[in-house]
Design a protein around this ligand. Structure first.
Ligand code: NAP
Length: 277
C-alpha cells in the first residue's frame, strides 16, 4: 500500500443509512490507528452498473455490498470466487490495482466463525442441523455448513419451492421439510439456525413451536435487531446454548478489512459494544 494514498472503502446498498458496517470498520480503523475511510454509499438499482466502476476510478480499494445489489454485482465483477459462485451472491468486493473487480462472499465464513467463537466445543459432524428459511442468507449458511461437515441439513421454508431449489443446488445432504412441520425437525437437530427475517424488529414474530428443542443444542438466530430474539430467549429457557446474529456481521467483515486496510482485526466484546452504541 502506497504511503501517499489513504485507502477508501465503503458499503454499497439501497437504502444504506441503517447499515452497521461503517461503525464496525470505523471502530477497527481507530483501534489499530490506521489511515483509511469506510463510508456508506447509497446507489439505486438502476445505477449500480454505471456507478460501481466509477468507484474504482475514484481510487476506492473495495466495498461491501448489501441489499439489493448482492446478486447484480456478480454480473459486473471480473473475477468471482468459487464460494460466491456457489452462493450466487457477493458481499465483499476487492478493486485490484489493474482495475479489475474481484467478488467474494464472506457471509458463510462469518456465520461459522461466529458459532466457533461463541461455542468452541461445537462439533459440526455430531448431528443434523435444522435451517429455517431459504433466502440469500440461507444459501451462505447451507454452503458453509456442508463445507465444515454437517452430515444432514433439515431445511424448512414458508415457500417450499425455494427450499427445493436449494436442495437441488446443494445435493442429497439437504432434506426439505414442510414449513407447517418446522417444529418437528427440532427434535433431531444438534444445531438450529434461523435465516428468515421472522423476529426482526418491525417484522412478524417467529411462531414455530419450540417444544422439540433439546437442552444443550446450539441455537443461532441471524436476526440481530433485536439482539435477543424471542427464538433465542425461549431456547435459552429450554437450556440451549444460544448464539446471536451480531457476531456473524462482525466476522464476515474481517476478510475485507484485512484486504483493504492491511491488518486482520479481532472480533471481541469491544467491537460489539461499539456497534451496539
Ligand atoms: P431474503 O433473501 O429476503 O429471505 C427471507 C427469508 O425469510 C425467506 O426464507 C422468507 O421465506 C422468510 N420469511 C420472510 N417473511 C416470512 C414470514 N412472514 N413467514 C415465514 N417466512 C418468512 O433475506 P436474507 O438476505 O436471506 O436475510 C434473512 C435474514 O437474515 C434477515 O433478517 C437479515 O437481516 C439476516 N441476515 C443477517 C446476517 C448477519 O450477519 N447476522 C447476514 C445476512 C442476513 P419465503 O421464501 O417464503 O419468502
Amino acid at each position: 500500500m502506497s504511503d501517499s494514498k489513504i485507502p477508501l472503502a465503503g458499503v454499497i446498498g439501497h437504502p444504506i443509512a441503517h447499515s452497521k458496517s461503517p461503525n464496525v470498520h470505523g471502530y477497527w480503523l481507530r483501534k489499530y490507528g490506521l489511515r483509511g475511510h469506510y463510508i456508506p454509499i447509497d446507489i439505486a438499482p438502476e445505477k449500480i452498473k454505471d456507478l460501481l466502476p466509477r468507484l474504482v476510478d475514484l481510487g476506492f480499494v473495495g466495498a461491501n455490498v448489501t441489499i439489493p445489489h448482492k446478486e447484480t454485482v456478480m454480473d459486473i465483477a471480473d473475477l468471482i470466487t468459487d464460494r460466491a459462485t456457489l452462493i450466487g451472491a457477493a458481499n465483499t468486493l476487492i478493486f485490484r490495482k489493474d482495475g479489475r473487480i474481484h467478488a467474494d462472499n464472506t457471509d458463510g465464513y462469518g456465520f461459522i466463525e461466529n458459532i466457533r467463537q461463541s461455542e468452541p466445543d461445537w462439533n459440526p459432524k455430531s448431528g443434523p442441523a435444522a435451517v429455517f428459511g431459504a433466502g440469500g442468507a440461507a444459501r451462505a449458511v447451507i454452503a458453509s455448513l456442508l463445507d465444515v461437515g454437517v452430515p444432514q441439513i433439515l431445511l424448512t421454508n414458508r415457500t417450499r419451492i425455494r427450499a427445493e431449489k436449494l436442495r437441488d443446488d446443494f445435493g442429497h445432504r439437504v432434506q426439505v421439510v414442510e414449513w407447517v412441520q418446522a417444529g418437528n425437525v427440532l427434535e433431531e437437530a444438534d444445531l438450529v439456525v434461523n435465516t428468515t427475517s421472522l423476529g426482526m424488529t418491525g417484522k412478524t414474530e417467529m411462531r414455530v413451536p419450540l417444544d422439540g428443542l433439546r437442552p444443550g443444542i446450539i441455537v443461532n438466530d441471524l436476526v440481530y435487531t433485536p439482539l435477543r430474539t424471542r427464538l433465542l430467549a425461549e431456547a435459552e429457557q429450554r437450556g440451549c446454548r444460544v448464539v446471536d446474529g451480531l457476531g456473524m456481521l462482525l466476522h464476515q467483515a474481517v476478510p475485507g478489512f484485512e484486504r483493504w486496510f492491511g491488518k486482520r482485526p479481532v472480533v471481541d466484546d469491544n467491537v460489539r459494544a461499539a456497534v451496539l452504541r
